[in-house]
Design a protein around this ligand. Sequence first.
Ligand SMILES: [Zn+2]
Length: 144
Amino acid sequence: MMYDLDECGNLKCCGKAMTYHFGREQDDSEHSQPSYSYEDKWTCGICNSVTPSRRYSDWFGSGDLHEEVADYLKQSAERDGMPLRIFFDGYMACLVYSEDVVVFGYDGNEYAHAFHFTNEEPNRQPFISQVLGLDKLTLVDEEE
Ligand SMILES: [Zn+2]
């Protein structure tokens, strides 16, 4: 699994829950909610890797984009397989498949979005591919 979370929603690495680091000082009062920010991160105590946190909170509540991506992959894997790439921009994720692009998440300013881009111009795409020098949408390893 690309994104594995434990039963408490903690991101896992090396088979164990990672440690959460808040970028902002947290309010210690009993009923306060965690205050997430773009500076938050996860660290792995075993391999020392650092992963930006995708947890967000707003007046409407909170969420975790890693969890949403994991859920999406779980429910779409059988139908679509795994994406070629997963890109992130803050709390938005972009999943690139050979024929589709799926974008969803929270925009950081009160709204959540979901888009599904697909090839509706099959006769034009080969031309664009030719212009761009891409025969097919394939991944090229830059080191080769
Ligand atoms: Zn690790």
